[in-house]
Design a protein around this ligand. Structure first.
Ligand SMILES: NC(=O)c1ccc[n+]([C@@H]2O[C@H](COP(=O)([O-])OP(=O)(O)OC[C@H]3O[C@@H](n4cnc5c(N)ncnc54)[C@H](OP(=O)(O)O)[C@@H]3O)[C@@H](O)[C@H]2O)c1
Length: 320
C-alpha cells in the first residue's frame, strides 16, 4: 500500500499520508521506521524535539541498504526547534539534524512553533525543550521575519527542498506572506473533529499552502502523556458518529478520522507503534466518505485543543 501525493507550491509532490515520529521510543525507533517503509510509508514527520533523529536515520539507512527504497522516494520532514530561531543559528542546527539523520537534505523543514527562545548549545542540552533546567522560559528577540529568511537560505543552499510552518495563526501567516521570498509550502496544525480550525484551514488553503493535520485522533495521543483534559474528553473512537460511520463503511474509527482529513486534501501523519495499526493507517485514501458523513463529523467541533504549551504548565499562551 502506498499513499497518493499532493503538489506543493514549491513544485514537489508530498505523500498525503505519512508516519509521525513523536513519542516513538529510541530503542524501537529504527526498527519502526524500517517496518513503516516496508509497509509502504514514504513520508516521515520528525523533529529535533522528538529526540530520535539518529535512530530515524538508522532505520532509513537500513531500508536503503536493503533495497526497500531509494532516498529520492522518501519524503523526510523535520522541524526547527524554538531555541534555534536566531538567524545565525538556523543553518548550524539544520546541518546537525541532517547529520543525525545521515541525510544531505530535508524534503520539508518547518518552524515548529512561532516561539523564539534563547539559544541553547546542543553540546550542553539536546533536545533543549521549552525551559531551562530551573524551569524558566527564556525568550530570544528573533522575529519570525529573521527566522524565515534563514529558512529561505536553507532552500538556496539545497539543505531543504521545501520549507513550512507549524502552529501558526492567521495573523502571523498574513504577516509572513508579506515578506516571504519563498512561500511556506505547508502549515502543520492540530486538527481533529474536536478542533477543526475551519477558518484557518480555509484561509491557508486559499493561499495555496497545504495543511497537514497532527494528532488526528484527538485526545488519544495526550492520554499517553497523562494530560487531564485528554482523560476528561470522550474518546473519538467511542463517539456515536464515528462508530456508526465506521460500521457503515467497514473501516476502523481511526481510518474514518484519517479519511475525513485526506478527503479534504489535508495530509495526515498518524503515529503507531503497532504493525497492524501502522498498515491500517495507510489505507485512508482510495475510498470515500459520503458528504453526509463528512457533515456529521464537521458537527463535532468543540474548539478543544490539547497541544498547547499551557497544558504542559508552560506559560506561553500562543493560541490565546
Ligand atoms: N507540529 C507539532 O507541534 C506536532 C504536535 C504533535 C504531533 N505532531 C506530529 O503528528 C504526529 C501524529 O500525532 P500524535 O503522535 O500526537 O498522535 P496520533 O497519531 O493522533 O495518535 C497516536 C495515538 O493513537 C494510537 N493509534 C494510532 N493508530 C491507531 C489505530 N489505527 N487504532 C487505534 N489507535 C491508534 C497510538 O497508539 P499505538 O502507537 O499503540 O498504536 C497512539 O496512542 C506525531 O507523531 C508528530 O509527528 C506534530
Amino acid at each position: 500500500m502506498s499513499s497518493p501525493t499532493v503538489k506543493l507550491n514549491s513544485g514537489y509532490d508530498m505523500p498525503l499520508v505519512g508516519f509521525g515520529l513523536w513519542k516513538v521510543n529510541n530503542d524501537t525507533c529504527a526498527d519502526q521506521v524500517y517496518a513503516a517503509i516496508k509497509a509502504g510509508y514514504r513520508l516521515f514527520d520528525g523533529a529535533c524535539d522528538y529526540g530520535n533523529e539518529k535512530e530515524v536515520g538508522q532505520g532509513i539507512a537500513r531500508a536503503i541498504k536493503d533495497g526497500l527504497v531509494k532516498r529520492e522516494e522518501l519524503f523526510i520532514v523535520s522541524k526547527l526547534w524554538n531555541t534555534f530561531h536566531d538567524g545565525d543559528k538556523v543553518e548550524p542546527i539544520a546541518r546537525k539534524q541532517l547529520d543525525d539523520l545521515g541525510l544531505d537534505y530535508f524534503d520539508l523543514y518547518l518552524i515548529h512553533f512561532p516561539v523564539a527562545l534563547k539559544w541553547v548549545d546542543p553540546a550542553e542540552r539536546y533536545p533543549p525543550g521549552w525551559t531551562a533546567p530551573d524551569g524558566k522560559v527564556e525568550f530570544s528577540k528573533a522575529t519570525i521575519q529573521e527566522t524565515w529568511q534563514a529558512m529561505e537560505s536553507l532552500v538556496d543552499k539545497k539543505l531543504s527542498r521545501s520549507i513550512g510552518i507549524s502552529n501558526f495563526s492567521v495573523q502571523l501567516i498574513m504577516d509572513l506572506l508579506r515578506h516571504a521570498r519563498i512561500r511556506p509550502a505547508t502549515l502543520q496544525i492540530e486538527h481533529h473533529p474536536y478542533l477543526q480550525q475551519k477558518e484557518l484551514i480555509k484561509y491557508v488553503q486559499s493561499e495555496g499552502i497545504v495543511i497537514t493535520a497532527y494528532s488526528s485522533f484527538g485526545p488519544l495521543s495526550f492520554i499517553e502523556l497523562d494530560m487531564s483534559s485528554a482523560h476528561n474528553t470522550p474518546k473519538l473512537f467511542d463517539h456515536d458518529v464515528i462508530k456508526s460511520t465506521s460500521q457503515k463503511h467497514g473501516k476502523t474509527p481511526a481510518q474514518i478520522l484519517l479519511r475525513w482529513a485526506t478527503q479534504r486534501n489535508i495530509a495526515v501523519i498518524p503515529k503507531s507503534n503497532d504493525p497492524t495499526r501502522l498498515s491500517q493507517n495507510l489505507d485512508v485514501t482510495g475510498w470515500s466518505l459520503e458528504q453526509s458523513d463528512i457533515d456529521a463529523i464537521n458537527g463535532l467541533d468543540l474548539g478543544l485543543r490539547f497541544n498547547d504549551p499551557l497544558n504542559y504548565g508552560i506559560y506561553i499562551p500562543i493560541f490565546a
